[in-house]
Design a protein around this ligand. Structure first.
Ligand code: NAD
Length: 260
């Protein structure tokens, strides 16, 4: 259903972003990948997604903490695809520490990558979307965009900000065929979560298995991690014409966590 559409997915060399890029390509969209990693592995991923789905797939190494790099990525996407119809703001990092010990530089970096990057990318793509009468902006927030946990001050602040930004973009795009929605995942099994298990084990002073059972899945009533495939399928649906009336939402995909 997304044939002829073109997408930029930030942070799509790993985890949720990669799953979303694959889902959009499977639905026929051309995709620009973005994110860090081993250039040889990234090129292999790019070529595989293009070949498996018979769509154009590009890669841009823009650092999401750099507004100029974000604007240049959009210029390259327009040069290659002609336009940008779908933007998925997914790049994100985490740092876990009590407020008293939270490094100020980490706060700035998390706000830049997890929140400000979305503003810059939306700003660079929004007016042409409105002019064409179609656009889809999907912001990957988090259950932590709706509720809080201790030791995650910058992340929770950035993700709540992402939900607020989503609502404003939805209102400004509403009469122009441009929708904006936030997806709020609970715990999804990705490299980002793998790293947090180690950090949480240190913060709480408990073992790995205990972190998985007592910290991660304690609040997720389904007692299972969500999957990147689930995130990809929802994103593809939100990009479809059937989702034209879904805008300004923050959709929990959290196994019931925020139902508590
Ligand atoms: P991940 O670590 O597997 O992937 C993060 C991606 O972002 C990678 O491709 C990485 O290269 C990229 N990235 C990091 N810094 C970047 C920068 N400065 N510029 C460009 N790219 C950068 O993480 P993930 O678990 O797939 O998380 C993706 C998003 O989903 C994040 O915004 C995260 O907050 C959110 N999220 C994840 C979970 C979860 O349980 N995994 C839950 C809720 C929300």
């Amino acid at each position: 259903p997304l044939e002829g559409r073109t997408a930029i997915v930030t942070g799509s060399t790993s985890g949720i972003g990669l799953g979303i890029a694959q889902a959009l390509a499977r639905n026929g969209a051309a995709v620009m990948l973005n994110g860090f990693g081993d250039p040889v592995e990234i090129e292999a991923q790019r070529a595989a997604i293009a070949e498996e789905n018979d769509v154009d797939v590009a890669y841009d190494c823009a650092d999401m903490s750099n507004a100029d790099a974000i604007r240049m990525m959009v210029e390259r996407a327009v040069a290659r695809f002609g336009q940008v119809d779908i933007v998925v703001n997914n790049a994100g990092i985490q740092h876990v520490a009590p407020i008293g010990e939270f490094p100020a530089a980490k706060w700035d970096q998390i706000l830049a990558i997890n929140l400000s990057s979305a503003f810059h990318l939306i700003q660079a793509t929004f007016e042409p979307m409105k002019d064409r009468g179609y656009g889809r902006i999907i912001n990957i927030a988090s259950a932590h965009g709706l509720i809080a946990s201790p030791f995650k001050s910058a992340y929770v602040a950035a993700k709540h900000g992402m939900v607020g930004l989503t609502k404003v973009v939805a209102l400004e795009g509403a009469e122009h065929g441009v929708t904006a929605n936030a997806i709020c995942p609970g715990y999804v099994w990705t490299p980002l979560v793998e790293k947090q298990i180690e950090d949480q084990a240190k913060s709480h002073g408990i073992a790995r298995d205990a972190v998985i059972r007592d910290v991660f899945l304690k609040n997720q009533p389904t007692r299972r991690f969500a999957t990147v495939e689930e995130m990809g399928a929802l994103t593809a649906f939100l990009c479809s014409d059937c989702a034209a009336s879904i805008t300004g939402t923050a959709l929990p995909v959290d196994g019931g966590w925020t139902a508590h």
